[in-house]
Write a protein that binds this ligand. Structure first.
Ligand code: NAI
Length: 780
């Protein structure tokens, strides 16, 4: 093309970034790489190739880790952990800061290597991936510095096994390693098999920064190595990747006591209202679905357009799509690079080819003759249930439908098993901020999209996984309460003397939907005191009763919209009503447990109610100052319906410790009462009946925990399960929760002092809330 042609066509000329330095870096290392274990690189072994997806050329040979490598890496991490933690927050902060500085110093090499390996445009790796990775290390250097002052009661977990995907190789590494190290943990990280090179360059940076050996270990390989890392003697597993693998990891780690966080897939809605600045919304879509070739877990991949502007909007969008340039990732003038690997290209191609619904527009842009490329694609006129509206395509393919009212937009947006992010485009702030809380996602962007920052927690709800990365909330997943937990002592119910005879039927009923209910099974069991006296009978709840309780809790949705002030008043009122019957409850507790501590337990239970009444209107969110023209409102929202297997010990204060924080934060609960000592819970039903608690907000079941626990964890309409019952239940709950990947909080067979400070506080409030980050424009 000569100058005249350029003027006539206004076509961009190529502006390629040189690959020379990055290729030289690979060549200097002989083109083959081992693992990074205990501060040194191992000798390269048998493995696999890493190719440039834009050309198909071989970049490097990588080693497939064997079990012995993973074991060595975990051992090195274990050995290093104590010293790293003892270095103290300030010492760790210095090293993290040095890592941030070195990432900055070598940022161009990281960016070029990333684009070569992954196929993403250099503009993105240079301006987004690498700077955000640096930012993560800077931010967490600060968190290390502040840990002792701001999190005085938290300790590191130990060794973290981390498995990351290929879409943001360096950035995901930073998201995983920076918080882990800041909190005094050590790590074994496995990068994705397509994209391990920047992780290996990062290992060199660790050496340069003087990171003590064994603090960061990197093993390369495919999913089989990922499985080894997950199965290894690690204290925490952090995974980002597909929902299918996340589910397997949930299952594999169930009952192991390992802390787990999962960042999984998404099908994030992008909602455009008729009053939106349509040109901005079109430009936003370029970032939402064509950023990183659409291989983004929070990609705005499901476009919902207000009907009055749909045709106009689609026309603008098609015109913009046709101008996107697809080509050499190292060319600074291209918009869209290569798909990570021919395997992923085939997945995208097959998914789109199988679709017969709607109208497909493929951008008229030219594709390079070779390499792994896919054109920007828009499919309109789909129905909400169509496969492409539900399945994550993970490619540059946008699917769309229209809506008529804001209510319909919300319903369509929430019609997904995922819940990672959502974008709302409107010039009407009332409308945007009315919609944001109604979206079942972990993130909402208003008039912007795909915004991320270390200060704002990132993560989703539903099958998008659980846990947050970034922000203060992200640290919870890399720390545990200080102190050594004691093993849980199992408690058996007392046996009776003689037959359970009682001429009057005093069987305590279940409490479902604000009413006392007979159990579906029709069965009950006697409850004996320590001396063998018959104290009463309790109903044995089964799966059907649980289902009824879930229905009642779901119908009580209004509770989640009440004010903290109202919830506080109701909790105070429950506390007062319990206090009025303190002596009766104390007597019941003593009779059941055979002690003299009943009065103390009642006092603690009343206190617990007052504590969460106090919290109900004070556990506020935050406003994060993020480096964009806006702020991120970190809102603490109720989780939804929480099922709790209450502790067998402390039958009244244990019940309150589960119920009070949950309802204070706006959740509805289904409580499975202490199994050996259930009568305090059934007496408590009368307190609830006189305390203005709306029907369905609190539901109480009695009977066998193991009859209920796994059904609770498997129920699709329960959002989280807390399990403080007998040790084996922890694994059962975690395993069954893999069905819809709900949040679980289990005791792993460890005891808790329910009467004391461990029975209340921030840990409970965190479990009772979900942080939603709403990014809104603010300031200049
Ligand atoms: P994947 O989930 O299989 O891979 C992610 C990481 O997990 C890689 O490091 C892989 O080696 C590892 N892995 C695979 N199987 C494992 C196992 N059983 N145990 C432990 N680790 C394991 O994702 P894949 O196959 O590369 O991509 C398939 C689809 O997953 C994509 O089309 C996309 O829809 C989705 N995906 C979503 C991502 C996200 O960020 N949400 C990232 C990558 C993929």
């Amino acid at each position: 093309m000569n100058v005249k042609d350029v003027f006539e066509t206004m076509a961009y000329g190529p502006a390629p970034e040189s690959a020379a330095e990055a290729l030289a870096w690979i060549a200097e290392r002989g083109g083959t790489f081992g693992h990074f274990i205990d501060g040194v690189f191992t000798k390269p072994g048998k493995g696999f190739e890493s190719r440039n997806p834009a050309t198909g050329e071989l970049l490097a040979k990588l080693t497939q880790a064997r079990q012995a490598d993973v074991d060595a890496a975990v051992k090195a991490a274990r050995t290093a952990q104590g010293g790293w933690a003892r270095l103290g927050g300030a010492g760790r902060a210095r090293t993290l800061y040095a890592l941030a500085r070195l990432l900055q110093k070598h940022s161009r090499l990281f960016a070029v290597l990333e684009s070569l390996d992954n196929g993403k445009p250099i503009r993105e790796s240079r301006d987004i991936d690498v700077p955000l990775a640096q930012r993560h290390f800077y931010f967490h250097a600060g968190m290390a510095q502040l840990m002792e002052d701001e999190l005085p009661d938290r300790a590191p977990l130990g060794v973290c096994g981390q498995v990351i995907p290929w879409n943001f190789p360096l950035l995901m590494l930073a998201w995983k390693i920076a918080p882990a190290l800041a909190m005094g943990n050590t790590v074994v990280l496995k990068p994705a098999e397509y994209t391990s090179l920047t992780a290996l360059l990062f290992a060199e940076i660790c050496q340069q920064a003087g990171l003590p050996k064994g603090v960061v270990n990197i093993v390369t390989g495919d999913g089989a190595v990922g499985e080894m890392v997950v199965a290894a003697e690690v204290d925490k597993v952090a995974f980002t990747g597909s929902t299918a693998v996340g589910r397997r990891i949930r299952d594999a780690t169930a009952g192991s006591g390992k802390v787990l966080t999962l960042e999984l897939g998404g099908k994030s809605p992008y909602i455009v209202f008729d009053d939106a600045d349509l040109d901005s919304a079109v430009e936003g879509l370029v970032d939402a679905i064509w950023f990183n070739q659409g291989q983004v877990c929070c990609a705005g991949s499901r476009l919902l357009v207000h009907e009055p502007v749909a045709e106009l909007f689609y026309a603008k969008l098609r015109a913009r799509m046709d101008k996107l340039r697809v080509g050499d990732p190292l060319d600074k003038s291209i918009d869209i690079g290569a798909i990570v690997d021919p395997v992923q290209l085939k997945t995208i191609t097959d998914l789109v080819a199988a679709n017969t619904a709607g109208e497909t527009h493929v951008a008229t842009t030219d594709l390079p003759a070779m390499g792994s490329f896919y054109p920007p694609t828009l499919i309109t006129g789909l129905n909400p249930a169509d496969t492409l509206m539900q399945e994550e395509i993970f490619g540059p393919v946008l699917v769309s439908t229209t809506f008529r009212t804001p209510e319909e937009a919300v319903a369509l947006a929430n019609n997904s098993r995922y819940g990672l992010a959502a974008t709302v485009w409107s010039e009407n702030i009332n409308l945007a901020l009315d919609i944001a809380p109604k979206l079942a996602t972990g993130i909402v962007w208003v008039n912007g999209t795909n915004l991320m920052d270390a200060a704002a927690g990132f993560g989703g709800v539903r099958e998008s996984g659980f846990g947050r990365e970034g922000g203060w909330e992200g640290l919870a997943a890399y720390t545990r309460p200080k102190g050594t937990a004691k093993p849980l002592k199992e408690i058996a119910a007392f046996a009776g003397a003689g037959a359970p005879t009682d001429p009057i039927d005093r069987t305590a009923k279940l409490y479902i939907g604000g009413k006392q209910a007979r159990p579906d099974s029709g069965y009950s069991a006697p409850v004996w005191g320590k001396s063998g006296a018959l104290l009463g009978h309790v109903s044995l709840a089964n799966r059907k009763d649980l289902r009824n309780a879930v229905e009642a809790a779901q119908a009580a949705k209004g509770w989640s919209k009440t004010t903290g002030h109202l919830r506080a008043q109701i909790l105070y009122y429950i506390g007062e009503n319990l206090a009025a019957r303190a002596a009766e409850f104390a007597g019941r507790l003593d009779a059941m447990q055979g002690g003299k501590h009943g009065a103390k337990e009642v006092e603690a239970a009343i206190n617990r109610l007052f504590t969460y009444a106090a919290w109900a209107d004070k556990y506020d969110g935050q406003v994060h100052g993020v480096p964009i023209r806006g702020v991120a409102l970190a809102m603490k929202e109720p989780v939804g319906v929480i099922g709790a297997i209450c502790p067998n010990q402390a039958p009244l204060v244990g019940l309150m410790s589960c119920m009070a924080p949950a309802i204070a934060m706006g959740n509805r609960v289904i409580l499975s009462a202490s199994e050996p000592f259930p009568l305090a819970a059934t007496d408590f039903i009368q307190v609830l009946e006189t305390s203005d608690v709306p029907a369905g907000v609190v539901n109480i079941l009695t009977g066998s925990h193991s009859e209920i626990a796994s059904h609770m964890a498997g129920h699709m309409d329960i959002d989280a399960v807390w399990c403080f019952g007998a040790a084996p239940l922890s694994g059962e709950v975690e395993r069954a929760s893999a069905s819809n990947l709900k949040r679980t909080w289990v005791n792993n067979g460890q005891a808790r002092d329910w009467m004391g400070a461990a029975g209340q506080g921030h840990e409970f409030l965190r479990a009772a809330t979900e942080v939603k980050n709403i990014w809104v424009p603010y300031g200049e």
